[in-house]
Structures are given as structure tokens and as C-alpha cells.
Design a protein around this ligand. Structure first.
Ligand code: ZN
Length: 146
């Protein structure tokens, strides 16, 4: 029997992620199960450790780096759109260490949740897809800039 597509959630959603879940994967799944493919996301909480990315503009590639310690998510901000036919989470994190110093970057899979509370705000209208953008080398929203 074919899997039934969920009726897209149109109202804001509050999601608490379980301890040990992968932050990006769990947020992506939370959207997918609710049929959300276009949304703004904010998340706060704490991670057991973190894996972040930084895009080298000259080389047009990401480098990744880890924060191998417990940290707080001071601010997680992102969005959901469609990439290669599936919901895609683009999330940036500002994290703090136990001494209050901060570190941030593009959230990658490999950020195990200690606790996380997310607000997902679906955006109505046609699907927002990502496609290759020649000047940046990135997969960006397929809408005119401006
Ligand atoms: Zn990013």
C-alpha cells in the first residue's frame, strides 16, 4: 500500500526533540512528518557536542569543525525549503561553552541533542525549491534576488 502524504501543517508548530536525537535530522523529520516544506525555524536548547560548517567563498566548498563538549544553543535560526525533491533544513547555530564564550556556524548532521525546543512557522504558498547558483556555487532558493 503506498504511503499517504501528510496533510501539510499550516499552523505554527512547537516541537521538543528527544535527548540523543540528531538536531538537523530530527528537525527535518519533524517537518517531513507534518508535510512542511516551506517554513522558518527557531530552536534553543543544548547539545552534547556539535558539528558545524563554514563555507569558503573563494574555494566554494564547506569545511567542518567540531565542538567536542557540552554547549548551549543560544540561537538556532533557519528555514525549510525543497532540495532534490525533499524537505531541506538550513540551520545556523550560535552556541555557548561553559565559560560563556561563543562559537557559531552552519549546523551539520552530527549535533546530538541534550534538550531542544523548536518553533516551526510554516510559510503559505507555492513550494520553495533550491537549485544551483553559479555565482556562489551554492544551492539557493529559486526566486529572484531582491
Ligand atoms: Zn548555512
Amino acid at each position: 500500500m503506498p504511503q499517504k502524504e501528510p496533510v501539510p501543517q499550516k499552523e505554527p508548530v512547537l516541537v521538543r526533540l528527544p535527548k540523543g536525537a540528531d538536531l538537523v535530522a530530527a528537525l527535518t523529520a519533524a517537518c517531513a512528518t507534518r508535510g512542511i516544506t516551506k517554513a522558518a525555524i527557531q530552536v534553543i536548547g543544548a547539545l552534547e557536542n556539535a558539528k558545524l560548517g563554514y563555507y569558503l567563498q573563494e574555494e566554494q566548498r564547506y569545511v567542518s569543525y567540531g565542538l567536542p563538549e557540552h554547549c548551549e544553543i543560544l540561537c538556532g535560526a533557519g528555514n525549510v525549503s525543497v532540495k532534490d525533491g525533499s524537505a531541506f533544513m538550513h540551520l545556523h547555530l550560535t552556541l555557548s561553552r561553559s565559560d560563556g564564550s561563543t562559537l557559531g556556524g552552519h549546523a551539520l548532521e552530527g549535533c546530538p541533542v541534550f534538550a531542544a525546543e523548536a518553533l516551526i512557522l510554516p510559510v503559505p504558498g507555492a513550494a520553495l525549491t533550491r537549485g544551483f547558483d553559479e555565482p556562489t556555487g551554492l544551492m539557493l532558493w529559486q526566486i529572484p534576488p531582491g
